[in-house]
Structure formats: structure tokens, C-alpha cells
Design a protein around this ligand. Structure first.
Ligand SMILES: [Zn+2]
Ligand SMILES: [Zn+2]
Length: 360
């Protein structure tokens, strides 16, 4: 099968023939239908986060089950699924207490003595965060997929697999936004827009979108933003404080920068919570004034929207099909696998919400 392989950071991906193994007892073989291009893939390709190479990138996808292992009861060939990088073991402390997205169990991966899931010319190829979606097929543990209704378009469904779950989940689960509360979102890419949309679904009274790109701010209004601030022109902390009489109840950082993470903390009111969703580069410090902690302000991280994806993703599908979750507006373009480097280049320029690779 064809796959986009990263052999060296800061170099283009190469489309190669990669061999895929047969499903083990608890594994599922999926025909990839669509895969979104997410910033996390770009972070690996650009060397900002270390990952073993060579590897097939991609982790935001949806497809159709082709074959299942002997012990799989959850899905059968023909089922439509969304993948999620939050593979859960099902029996550790995190899983048992309902925080499966924190599971660090490695048993959903193949062990060192087993054949790798992906190989090229007999040599192992690393699977990116349990998935490797930039490929015509995926071989995954059954605990990385969720079955969805068949009337859901799979190119839209793919977005739910990472960006939408991450943004909306940070609002629903990590921060637990209350109806009527005020929300600010820094960064209006795919994840920021999903946080805005999530805040609208959660019933936030006022949702302030912040970005430096005017077109993204216009888009943010379609996703539920009630106010927009262009960070290129304004002191965003000051404006947010003025708009809300002292700061928002909840802020969300969806870029991954020191400066915006610090702004997110500064713009919450007494008792408010700042949630950092963005991937801040390894080694970067985030600084806050200790005295602000006396105001019971909180700064917290969110990983993959603190998801329980087998419950959450079908709900997000329902939200899309009932018109509450905007996915059509999020897709800025579709492309084929061979154009993936062009897609990465477009993402680096920072002006698009989401590009989706469609497989034939
Ligand atoms: Zn992602
Ligand atoms: Zn676990």
C-alpha cells in the first residue's frame, strides 16, 4: 500500500510502498477514506517533537473496516469508524476512573518480539501514535477506533478524530464550561474553531475569538464567536478584560506558544480557568505571576480533549448531523496523498483551518 513516510525531519515526506501486517487477535485492518492534516504531524515533521523514524505520519482519520482479528467483537468488516490516538488499555487507574485519554499502557502496541505492523523492504517502520493515517490502510488495536453511523460522511468524520475532539473536549471535559459563562479562545485554527463551537454547544454566553488573521476571525463567527479580537492590532488581555468586566471565566490557548499561554492565564477573572490545548515546544517555560494564584486562578493542560472517545465521538457525529457542529465550514481544501507536502507547506503559512486528504 502507498503511505507518506517521514525519513528525516525538516525534509519532505516520501510516498512509498509500505507493507502492512495481518490483524493480530485484537487488531483491526481499516481502509483509510480520509485523513486530516493536523499541526501535530507538522510538529514531528519539523523536528519540534522527537519521534522515532522512519515513520508514517497522520492520526486524524476515518475509514471502513476491512478485516478483524480473531478476538475482536466490537466491529466487523464494513463498519464505518473514526480512529483516535488515545488508545486505552481498559484496566489501568486512568481507564478505570474514566480518564482513558490519559492511559499510558503500551499493550495496545505490538511488543518488541512481534512483527511490526508496518515494514518496508523487511525493515520496521514506526507507527505514529498507534495509527499512521497517511496510508491507504491502517492496522490498529481495536481500542483506537469508534464505530459511527453510516449516514455520516467520512471526510467530515475524520476531523472529529483529533482536532474537533481536542477542541470541543477541552471545553466539555477538561474545563467543564458552564452555560452562560464567558469564554475566550486564542487561535482560530481547526482546534480553536472546535473549542469555539464546543463553547457554543455548551451554552457559553459570550465567546471571544482571538487571532492575527482576519479571515480566521470571520470564520470564527460562523462557529459561534460573539466577539472577535485581532491580536495584530490590540492588547488582547486588556481588551478581553474590558469586554467582560474583569476577565473571562474560561480561556483556551489553541496555538502552543509561551506568549499566548501566558495571555490566556492573564485574561481569566478571579476564580477563572485557563486551559492550554496547544503543543508548546519541548523545553519552553511558561511563566505566571504567583500572586495571581491568590485569586484562585487556575492554569491547566488538556490532552486530546480529556476524551472518552467511544462515547464522545458518536455524540459529536450527532451534533454535526443535527447542524450544531460545523465541519463543512472547517474544511478549507481536500487533496490526494501525493500532494501531502504541499498541504504541509500551506499549514506552515498558517492561513487555513483544515485540509483533508481523500483516498480513492
Ligand atoms: Zn492532531
Ligand atoms: Zn489504561
Amino acid at each position: 500500500m502507498k503511505a507518506a513516510v517521514l525519513r528525516e525531519t525538516k525534509k519532505p515526506l516520501q510516498i512509498e510502498d509500505v507493507q502492512i501486517s495481518k490483524p493480530g487477535p485484537r487488531e483491526v485492518l481499516i481502509r483509510t477514506v480520509a485523513a486530516g492534516i493536523c499541526h501535530s504531524d507538522l510538529h514531528i515533521a519539523d523536528g519540534l517533537y522527537p519521534y522515532p523514524l522512519p515513520c508514517v505520519l497522520g492520526h486524524e482519520s476515518a475509514g471502513v473496516v476491512e478485516a478483524v482479528g480473531s478476538d475482536v467483537r466490537y466491529v466487523e468488516p464494513g463498519d464505518h469508524v473514526i480512529t483516535c490516538l488515545s488508545a486505552f488499555c481498559g484496566h489501568c487507574e486512568h481507564c478505570i476512573t474514566g480518564h482513558m485519554s490519559r492511559c499510558t499502557g503500551a499493550e495496545t502496541q505490538r511488543g518488541p518480539k512481534e512483527d511490526p505492523r508496518l515494514t518496508t523492504e523487511g525493515k520496521p517502520m514506526f507507527q505514529f501514535i498507534n495509527l499512521s493515517s497517511y496510508a491507504e490502510q491502517m492496522l490498529v488495536h481495536e481500542h483506537t477506533i469508534v464505530k459511527i453511523r453510516k449516514d455520516m460522511p467520512l471526510d467530515r468524520a475524520a476531523l472529529i478524530g483529533c482536532g474537533v475532539m481536542t477542541g470541543a473536549g477541552a471545553v466539555f471535559h477538561t474545563a467543564k464550561v458552564e452555560p452562560g459563562s464567558t469564554v475566550a479562545v486564542l487561535g482560530c485554527g481547526g482546534i480553536g474553531l472546535s473549542a469555539i463551537n464546543g463553547a457554543a454547544i455548551a451554552g457559553a454566553g459570550r465567546i471571544i475569538a482571538i487571532d492575527m488573521v482576519g479571515s480566521k476571525l470571520n470564520l470564527a463567527k460562523h462557529f459561534g464567536a460573539t466577539d472577535v479580537i485581532n491580536a495584530a492590532d490590540d492588547d488582547v488581555v486588556k481588551v478581553v478584560r474590558e469586554l467582560t468586566g474583569g476577565g473571562v471565566h474560561y480561556s483556551f490557548e489553541a496555538i502552543g506558544l509561551k506568549k499566548t499561554a501566558e495571555q490566556a492565564f492573564k485574561m481569566v477573572r478571579t476564580g477563572g480557568t485557563a486551559t492550554v490545548i496547544g503543543m508548546i515546544p519541548v523545553g519552553t517555560m511558561v511563566e505566571i505571576h504567583g500572586a495571581e494564584l491568590l485569586q484562585e486562578k487556575k492554569l491547566q493542560g488538556s490532552m486530546m480533549g480529556s476524551n472518552r472517545f467511544r462515547v464522545d465521538m458518536p455524540r459529536l457525529v450527532d451534533f454535526y448531523l443535527s447542524g450544531k457542529l460545523k465541519l463543512d465550514e472547517m474544511i478549507s481544501s481536500t487533496l490526494s496523498l501525493k500532494d501531502i507536502n504541499q498541504g504541509f507547506e500551506t499549514l506552515r503559512k498558517g492561513e487555513v483551518a483544515r485540509q483533508v486528504i481523500k483516498f480513492d
